[in-house]
Design a protein around this ligand. Structure first.
Ligand code: NDP
Ligand code: 8X3
Length: 318
Protein backbone atom coordinates (compact mmCIF):
# COMPACT_ATOMS: atom_id res chain seq x y z
CA UNK A 1 0.00 0.00 0.00
CA UNK A 2 2.84 2.29 0.97
CA UNK A 3 4.56 1.58 -2.33
CA UNK A 4 1.31 2.13 -4.21
CA UNK A 5 0.92 5.61 -2.74
CA UNK A 6 4.50 6.38 -3.57
CA UNK A 7 3.85 5.29 -7.15
CA UNK A 8 0.73 7.46 -7.50
CA UNK A 9 2.41 10.48 -5.98
CA UNK A 10 5.28 10.08 -8.36
CA UNK A 11 2.96 9.97 -11.31
CA UNK A 12 1.22 13.16 -10.13
CA UNK A 13 4.67 14.71 -9.70
CA UNK A 14 5.57 13.61 -13.21
CA UNK A 15 2.54 15.34 -14.66
CA UNK A 16 3.54 18.63 -12.99
CA UNK A 17 6.99 18.61 -14.55
CA UNK A 18 7.44 20.02 -18.00
CA UNK A 19 11.09 19.08 -18.59
CA UNK A 20 11.64 15.45 -19.50
CA UNK A 21 15.35 15.62 -18.68
CA UNK A 22 14.72 16.81 -15.11
CA UNK A 23 12.00 14.19 -14.75
CA UNK A 24 14.45 11.48 -15.69
CA UNK A 25 17.31 12.57 -13.45
CA UNK A 26 15.07 13.01 -10.40
CA UNK A 27 13.03 9.84 -10.72
CA UNK A 28 15.31 7.25 -12.19
CA UNK A 29 16.84 6.17 -8.82
CA UNK A 30 13.31 5.77 -7.43
CA UNK A 31 12.13 3.62 -10.30
CA UNK A 32 15.02 1.25 -9.82
CA UNK A 33 13.85 0.26 -6.31
CA UNK A 34 10.07 0.65 -6.34
CA UNK A 35 8.04 -2.47 -7.21
CA UNK A 36 5.46 -0.28 -8.97
CA UNK A 37 8.21 1.26 -11.04
CA UNK A 38 6.91 -0.15 -14.31
CA UNK A 39 3.94 2.25 -14.19
CA UNK A 40 6.20 5.20 -13.51
CA UNK A 41 8.75 3.95 -16.00
CA UNK A 42 6.05 3.75 -18.67
CA UNK A 43 5.06 7.34 -17.97
CA UNK A 44 8.68 8.45 -18.18
CA UNK A 45 9.38 6.54 -21.38
CA UNK A 46 6.31 7.96 -23.10
CA UNK A 47 7.26 11.50 -22.30
CA UNK A 48 10.90 10.96 -23.12
CA UNK A 49 10.15 9.49 -26.52
CA UNK A 50 7.73 12.25 -27.49
CA UNK A 51 10.03 15.02 -26.36
CA UNK A 52 13.14 13.52 -27.94
CA UNK A 53 11.27 13.07 -31.21
CA UNK A 54 10.09 16.69 -31.21
CA UNK A 55 13.65 17.90 -30.63
CA UNK A 56 15.05 15.75 -33.41
CA UNK A 57 12.46 17.02 -35.87
CA UNK A 58 12.71 20.68 -34.90
CA UNK A 59 14.16 22.92 -37.58
CA UNK A 60 13.65 20.37 -40.36
CA UNK A 61 12.24 20.99 -43.81
CA UNK A 62 9.92 18.23 -44.95
CA UNK A 63 8.49 17.61 -48.41
CA UNK A 64 5.34 15.51 -48.72
CA UNK A 65 4.05 14.42 -52.11
CA UNK A 66 0.32 13.70 -52.39
CA UNK A 67 -0.44 15.87 -49.34
CA UNK A 68 -3.92 16.83 -50.59
CA UNK A 69 -5.61 13.68 -49.29
CA UNK A 70 -5.39 10.53 -47.19
CA UNK A 71 -2.01 9.42 -45.81
CA UNK A 72 -0.10 12.47 -47.12
CA UNK A 73 -2.55 14.91 -45.57
CA UNK A 74 -2.46 13.11 -42.21
CA UNK A 75 1.34 12.98 -42.35
CA UNK A 76 1.56 16.75 -42.73
CA UNK A 77 -0.67 17.22 -39.68
CA UNK A 78 1.21 14.64 -37.62
CA UNK A 79 4.58 16.28 -38.33
CA UNK A 80 3.11 19.67 -37.40
CA UNK A 81 1.63 18.35 -34.13
CA UNK A 82 4.86 16.56 -33.20
CA UNK A 83 7.22 19.51 -33.76
CA UNK A 84 4.95 22.58 -33.59
CA UNK A 85 7.64 25.03 -32.50
CA UNK A 86 9.89 25.03 -35.55
CA UNK A 87 9.20 23.12 -38.75
CA UNK A 88 8.90 23.78 -42.47
CA UNK A 89 6.43 21.73 -44.46
CA UNK A 90 6.34 21.72 -48.25
CA UNK A 91 2.91 20.42 -49.22
CA UNK A 92 2.66 19.17 -52.78
CA UNK A 93 -0.02 17.59 -54.99
CA UNK A 94 -2.08 18.51 -58.05
CA UNK A 95 -5.12 19.84 -56.11
CA UNK A 96 -3.90 23.16 -54.77
CA UNK A 97 -7.22 24.12 -53.14
CA UNK A 98 -6.99 21.10 -50.86
CA UNK A 99 -3.38 21.94 -50.02
CA UNK A 100 -4.28 25.53 -49.14
CA UNK A 101 -7.07 24.25 -46.92
CA UNK A 102 -4.59 21.90 -45.21
CA UNK A 103 -2.07 24.72 -44.68
CA UNK A 104 -4.79 26.83 -43.07
CA UNK A 105 -5.89 23.97 -40.79
CA UNK A 106 -2.28 23.41 -39.68
CA UNK A 107 -1.84 27.08 -38.83
CA UNK A 108 -5.13 27.15 -36.90
CA UNK A 109 -4.16 24.06 -34.94
CA UNK A 110 -0.49 24.62 -34.10
CA UNK A 111 0.20 28.31 -34.79
CA UNK A 112 2.97 29.91 -36.80
CA UNK A 113 5.89 27.77 -35.55
CA UNK A 114 5.15 25.55 -38.54
CA UNK A 115 5.77 27.31 -41.84
CA UNK A 116 3.98 25.78 -44.80
CA UNK A 117 4.64 26.15 -48.49
CA UNK A 118 2.06 24.92 -50.99
CA UNK A 119 3.45 23.73 -54.33
CA UNK A 120 1.38 22.44 -57.23
CA UNK A 121 3.29 19.38 -58.39
CA UNK A 122 2.36 16.49 -60.63
CA UNK A 123 5.01 13.87 -59.88
CA UNK A 124 4.23 12.06 -63.13
CA UNK A 125 5.46 15.10 -65.06
CA UNK A 126 9.28 14.88 -65.27
CA UNK A 127 9.67 18.58 -66.18
CA UNK A 128 7.72 19.69 -63.11
CA UNK A 129 9.78 17.42 -60.90
CA UNK A 130 13.03 18.70 -62.44
CA UNK A 131 12.05 22.30 -61.70
CA UNK A 132 10.75 21.56 -58.20
CA UNK A 133 13.88 22.11 -56.06
CA UNK A 134 15.34 25.05 -58.07
CA UNK A 135 11.95 26.84 -57.88
CA UNK A 136 11.68 26.64 -54.09
CA UNK A 137 12.19 29.85 -52.09
CA UNK A 138 15.69 29.83 -50.58
CA UNK A 139 14.39 29.30 -47.02
CA UNK A 140 12.71 26.05 -48.12
CA UNK A 141 15.56 24.60 -50.20
CA UNK A 142 17.44 22.81 -47.40
CA UNK A 143 15.20 19.74 -47.48
CA UNK A 144 15.75 17.19 -44.69
CA UNK A 145 12.96 14.69 -45.31
CA UNK A 146 11.18 13.59 -48.50
CA UNK A 147 7.99 11.58 -48.04
CA UNK A 148 7.33 9.91 -51.40
CA UNK A 149 3.64 9.28 -50.79
CA UNK A 150 1.85 10.31 -54.03
CA UNK A 151 0.39 7.24 -55.66
CA UNK A 152 -2.72 5.66 -57.04
CA UNK A 153 -4.44 2.56 -58.36
CA UNK A 154 -6.76 2.50 -61.37
CA UNK A 155 -9.26 -0.25 -62.06
CA UNK A 156 -9.53 -3.94 -61.33
CA UNK A 157 -9.06 -5.23 -64.87
CA UNK A 158 -7.06 -8.38 -65.62
CA UNK A 159 -4.68 -8.90 -68.53
CA UNK A 160 -5.30 -8.65 -71.47
CA UNK A 161 -8.09 -6.14 -70.66
CA UNK A 162 -6.05 -3.56 -68.72
CA UNK A 163 -6.42 -0.06 -70.20
CA UNK A 164 -3.07 1.27 -71.50
CA UNK A 165 -3.76 4.69 -69.93
CA UNK A 166 -4.24 3.06 -66.52
CA UNK A 167 -0.95 1.18 -66.88
CA UNK A 168 0.78 4.43 -67.84
CA UNK A 169 -0.62 6.55 -65.03
CA UNK A 170 0.19 3.97 -62.35
CA UNK A 171 3.79 3.51 -63.50
CA UNK A 172 4.44 7.20 -64.20
CA UNK A 173 3.11 8.22 -60.77
CA UNK A 174 4.00 5.37 -58.42
CA UNK A 175 7.35 4.42 -59.95
CA UNK A 176 8.86 7.04 -62.27
CA UNK A 177 7.41 9.88 -60.18
CA UNK A 178 8.88 8.47 -56.97
CA UNK A 179 12.26 7.83 -58.59
CA UNK A 180 12.37 11.29 -60.20
CA UNK A 181 11.48 12.98 -56.89
CA UNK A 182 14.22 11.00 -55.16
CA UNK A 183 16.77 12.02 -57.80
CA UNK A 184 15.68 15.66 -57.52
CA UNK A 185 16.13 15.79 -53.75
CA UNK A 186 19.17 13.54 -53.20
CA UNK A 187 21.72 16.17 -54.35
CA UNK A 188 20.47 18.45 -51.53
CA UNK A 189 21.21 15.66 -49.03
CA UNK A 190 24.56 14.74 -50.59
CA UNK A 191 26.01 18.24 -50.13
CA UNK A 192 26.04 17.60 -46.37
CA UNK A 193 28.84 16.05 -44.27
CA UNK A 194 29.56 12.31 -43.90
CA UNK A 195 28.54 11.56 -47.49
CA UNK A 196 25.17 13.20 -46.95
CA UNK A 197 22.25 13.40 -44.52
CA UNK A 198 18.46 13.27 -44.89
CA UNK A 199 15.55 10.87 -45.05
CA UNK A 200 13.76 9.37 -48.03
CA UNK A 201 10.52 7.77 -46.86
CA UNK A 202 8.86 5.71 -49.57
CA UNK A 203 5.26 4.58 -49.23
CA UNK A 204 5.07 1.06 -50.61
CA UNK A 205 2.26 -1.40 -49.90
CA UNK A 206 1.42 -4.95 -48.94
CA UNK A 207 0.64 -5.09 -52.69
CA UNK A 208 4.38 -4.87 -53.40
CA UNK A 209 4.99 -7.97 -51.30
CA UNK A 210 2.00 -10.14 -52.22
CA UNK A 211 0.61 -9.52 -55.70
CA UNK A 212 -3.09 -10.25 -56.17
CA UNK A 213 -5.40 -10.79 -59.17
CA UNK A 214 -7.15 -7.66 -60.50
CA UNK A 215 -4.30 -5.54 -59.15
CA UNK A 216 -1.37 -6.78 -61.22
CA UNK A 217 -0.16 -3.39 -62.43
CA UNK A 218 -0.54 -1.62 -59.09
CA UNK A 219 1.22 -4.55 -57.38
CA UNK A 220 4.03 -4.40 -59.96
CA UNK A 221 4.49 -0.67 -59.29
CA UNK A 222 4.77 -1.24 -55.54
CA UNK A 223 7.19 -4.16 -56.07
CA UNK A 224 9.26 -1.73 -58.16
CA UNK A 225 9.18 0.75 -55.26
CA UNK A 226 10.49 -1.97 -52.95
CA UNK A 227 13.34 -2.92 -55.32
CA UNK A 228 14.34 0.70 -55.90
CA UNK A 229 14.21 1.42 -52.16
CA UNK A 230 16.38 -1.53 -51.21
CA UNK A 231 18.96 -0.88 -53.93
CA UNK A 232 19.11 2.81 -52.97
CA UNK A 233 19.77 1.96 -49.31
CA UNK A 234 22.72 -0.15 -50.45
CA UNK A 235 24.02 2.53 -52.84
CA UNK A 236 24.01 5.12 -50.04
CA UNK A 237 25.47 2.89 -47.37
CA UNK A 238 28.51 5.13 -46.83
CA UNK A 239 26.30 8.13 -46.03
CA UNK A 240 23.95 9.21 -43.25
CA UNK A 241 21.02 9.26 -45.69
CA UNK A 242 18.27 7.01 -44.34
CA UNK A 243 16.14 5.06 -46.79
CA UNK A 244 12.87 4.03 -45.21
CA UNK A 245 9.92 2.07 -46.56
CA UNK A 246 6.46 2.08 -45.02
CA UNK A 247 4.12 -0.64 -46.35
CA UNK A 248 0.49 -0.23 -45.31
CA UNK A 249 -2.25 -2.82 -45.68
CA UNK A 250 -5.82 -1.63 -45.99
CA UNK A 251 -6.28 2.10 -45.23
CA UNK A 252 -9.55 3.93 -45.86
CA UNK A 253 -8.75 7.05 -47.91
CA UNK A 254 -9.72 8.24 -51.40
CA UNK A 255 -7.59 5.34 -52.71
CA UNK A 256 -10.52 3.03 -53.57
CA UNK A 257 -12.64 5.90 -54.92
CA UNK A 258 -9.81 6.57 -57.38
CA UNK A 259 -9.53 2.84 -58.14
CA UNK A 260 -13.24 2.73 -59.11
CA UNK A 261 -13.06 5.97 -61.15
CA UNK A 262 -15.10 7.96 -58.61
CA UNK A 263 -17.73 5.30 -57.79
CA UNK A 264 -18.08 5.80 -54.02
CA UNK A 265 -20.55 2.94 -53.69
CA UNK A 266 -18.01 0.42 -55.05
CA UNK A 267 -15.27 1.99 -52.92
CA UNK A 268 -17.34 1.65 -49.74
CA UNK A 269 -17.93 -2.05 -50.48
CA UNK A 270 -14.16 -2.66 -50.17
CA UNK A 271 -14.34 -1.82 -46.48
CA UNK A 272 -17.73 -3.43 -45.71
CA UNK A 273 -17.55 -5.48 -42.51
CA UNK A 274 -13.93 -4.47 -41.88
CA UNK A 275 -12.29 -1.88 -39.71
CA UNK A 276 -9.56 -0.51 -41.97
CA UNK A 277 -6.58 1.52 -40.82
CA UNK A 278 -7.00 5.28 -40.84
CA UNK A 279 -4.51 7.56 -42.61
CA UNK A 280 -3.55 8.87 -39.16
CA UNK A 281 -2.38 5.35 -38.21
CA UNK A 282 0.14 5.40 -41.06
CA UNK A 283 1.10 9.04 -40.46
CA UNK A 284 2.13 8.15 -36.91
CA UNK A 285 4.50 5.47 -38.23
CA UNK A 286 5.99 7.81 -40.85
CA UNK A 287 6.67 10.53 -38.28
CA UNK A 288 8.02 7.96 -35.81
CA UNK A 289 10.49 6.73 -38.46
CA UNK A 290 11.65 10.27 -39.27
CA UNK A 291 11.94 11.08 -35.57
CA UNK A 292 14.45 8.35 -34.66
CA UNK A 293 18.02 9.04 -33.62
CA UNK A 294 20.17 9.55 -36.71
CA UNK A 295 21.84 6.14 -36.43
CA UNK A 296 18.49 4.30 -36.35
CA UNK A 297 16.93 3.35 -39.68
CA UNK A 298 13.39 1.96 -39.70
CA UNK A 299 14.27 0.27 -42.96
CA UNK A 300 11.03 -1.59 -43.55
CA UNK A 301 7.55 -1.84 -42.05
CA UNK A 302 4.34 -3.75 -42.73
CA UNK A 303 1.22 -2.36 -41.10
CA UNK A 304 -2.13 -4.18 -41.12
CA UNK A 305 -5.44 -3.56 -39.41
CA UNK A 306 -6.14 -6.44 -37.06
CA UNK A 307 -8.58 -8.16 -39.40
CA UNK A 308 -6.05 -8.42 -42.25
CA UNK A 309 -3.20 -10.89 -42.87
CA UNK A 310 -2.64 -10.46 -46.63
CA UNK A 311 -4.36 -8.58 -49.49
CA UNK A 312 -6.98 -11.33 -49.76
CA UNK A 313 -6.95 -12.68 -46.21
CA UNK A 314 -9.51 -10.53 -44.47
CA UNK A 315 -11.98 -11.22 -41.69
CA UNK A 316 -15.34 -9.57 -42.33
CA UNK A 317 -18.07 -9.29 -39.75
CA UNK A 318 -20.91 -9.41 -42.32
P1 NDP B 1 -5.44 9.06 -51.61
O1 NDP B 1 -6.10 8.84 -52.93
O2 NDP B 1 -6.28 9.55 -50.48
O3 NDP B 1 -4.20 10.06 -51.77
C1 NDP B 1 -3.34 9.96 -52.88
C2 NDP B 1 -2.55 11.25 -52.97
O4 NDP B 1 -1.66 11.13 -54.09
C3 NDP B 1 -3.42 12.45 -53.22
O5 NDP B 1 -3.00 13.51 -52.39
C4 NDP B 1 -3.18 12.79 -54.68
O6 NDP B 1 -3.22 14.21 -54.86
C5 NDP B 1 -1.75 12.30 -54.86
N1 NDP B 1 -1.43 12.06 -56.24
C6 NDP B 1 -1.97 11.16 -57.11
N2 NDP B 1 -1.42 11.30 -58.32
C7 NDP B 1 -0.50 12.29 -58.22
C8 NDP B 1 0.39 12.91 -59.13
N3 NDP B 1 0.47 12.54 -60.41
N4 NDP B 1 1.17 13.91 -58.69
C9 NDP B 1 1.11 14.31 -57.41
N5 NDP B 1 0.28 13.79 -56.50
C10 NDP B 1 -0.50 12.79 -56.92
O7 NDP B 1 -4.75 7.67 -51.25
P2 NDP B 1 -3.80 7.21 -50.05
O8 NDP B 1 -3.58 8.30 -49.08
O9 NDP B 1 -4.33 5.93 -49.57
O10 NDP B 1 -2.48 6.91 -50.86
C11 NDP B 1 -1.20 7.41 -50.49
C12 NDP B 1 -0.15 6.37 -50.80
O11 NDP B 1 -0.38 5.23 -49.97
C13 NDP B 1 -0.15 5.84 -52.22
O12 NDP B 1 1.19 5.71 -52.67
C14 NDP B 1 -0.80 4.48 -52.11
O13 NDP B 1 -0.39 3.60 -53.12
C15 NDP B 1 -0.30 4.06 -50.75
N6 NDP B 1 -1.05 3.00 -50.09
C16 NDP B 1 -2.39 3.14 -49.83
C17 NDP B 1 -3.08 2.13 -49.20
C18 NDP B 1 -4.54 2.20 -48.93
O14 NDP B 1 -5.15 1.15 -48.63
N7 NDP B 1 -5.17 3.37 -48.98
C19 NDP B 1 -2.39 0.92 -48.75
C20 NDP B 1 -1.00 0.87 -49.09
C21 NDP B 1 -0.37 1.89 -49.71
P3 NDP B 1 -3.81 14.99 -56.12
O15 NDP B 1 -4.91 14.15 -56.69
O16 NDP B 1 -4.27 16.29 -55.54
O17 NDP B 1 -2.64 15.16 -57.02
C1 8X3 C 1 -3.18 -0.65 -51.10
C2 8X3 C 1 -3.42 -1.96 -50.48
O1 8X3 C 1 -4.24 -4.33 -50.92
O2 8X3 C 1 -5.62 -2.47 -51.71
O3 8X3 C 1 -1.85 -0.51 -51.46
O4 8X3 C 1 -3.58 -3.03 -52.83
S1 8X3 C 1 -4.24 -2.99 -51.54
Amino acid sequence: MKHFRAGCNSIRFLRRLTSTESTLSILTPFTQTNPFSCTVQAAISKRTMATAMAKRLEGKTIVITGASSGIGRSTAKEFARTAPKDLKLILTARRVDSLNQLAQEIEEEVGDGVKTLVVKLDVSNPEEVKNFVPSLPVEFQEIDVLVNNAGLVKGVAKAPEIAPEDIDVMFSTNVTGLINMTQAVLPVFQKRSDGGRGDIINIGSIAGREPYPSGSIYCATKAAVKSFTEALRKELIASRIRIIEIDPGQVETEFSVVRFYGDKHKADAVYAGCEPLTPDDIAEVIVFAAGRRENVVIADTLIFPSHQASPGHMHRSN
